[in-house]
Design a protein around this ligand. Structure first.
Ligand SMILES: [Zn+2]
Length: 193
């Protein structure tokens, strides 16, 4: 019997360093996990066992702030995109100052985490809204979609984009309308003094 096997019998005492415990691969994804977990979870890691691990390119979702006709009524809209694609997109997004550059680096790390662990992941927009802007651009290219609260997906092909200006409020921005002309989303992006 090998020495590490003999010592692992005393693992319950907590005196054995982690490196001495032989990890075994998850039967589904190959991630190395402690033998005890392997046994308890029927040969799978926690993420596979709980169904959180996807078999496809995982999904990144992010809430973007919108305002609807009445500008005091702001609300979040969830946009989603495939993680691998969005990682490539975000590689090309640069920060507008040092803090934002660091923040975008953290965003890329989170997306990379989702890609390498194959888990769907929700990220927050960064404080300068660069992530949200990149996601909106992908939405308008047809690469991302809106997820409504009931789970329905809305694609840009179902909408029309118009620019708007309100001279009374000194505001401008863009809006998405359904093909029948009804207002779907409205955002103010400019403030005129
Ligand atoms: Zn697994």
């Amino acid at each position: 019997m090998r020495r590490d096997r003999a010592t692992s019998q005393h693992a319950g005492l907590g005196a054995i360093p982690m490196s001495d415990k032989k990890k075994v691969p998850c039967n589904s994804c190959g991630t190395l996990i402690p033998p005890l977990d392997h046994e308890r979870l029927g040969g799978q890691c926690r993420l596979c066992k709980s169904g959180q691990r996807t078999n496809h390119d995982p999904k990144i979702s992010c809430k973007i702030k919108f305002s609807h006709s009445n500008l005091s009524n702001r609300f979040d809209v969830t946009f989603a995109v495939r993680a691998k694609h969005f990682l490539e997109v975000m590689r090309g997004v640069t920060g507008i100052n040092k803090a934002n550059t660091c923040e975008l680096e953290a965003q890329r790390a989170l997306i990379k985490h989702a890609v390498s662990f194959r888990i769907d992941f929700e990220i927050n927009d960064d404080h300068w809204g660069r992530t949200g802007q990149a996601l909106l651009k992908e939405f308008e290219k047809g690469n991302a979609w809106i997820e409504e609260e009931d789970g329905k997906q809305i694609r840009f092909s179902e909408l029309q984009r118009h620019e708007w200006v309100d001279t009374h409020l000194n505001l401008g921005g863009f809006e998405y309308r359904k093909l029948d002309g009804s207002l779907y989303l409205k955002m103010d992006t400019m403030h005129f003094d």
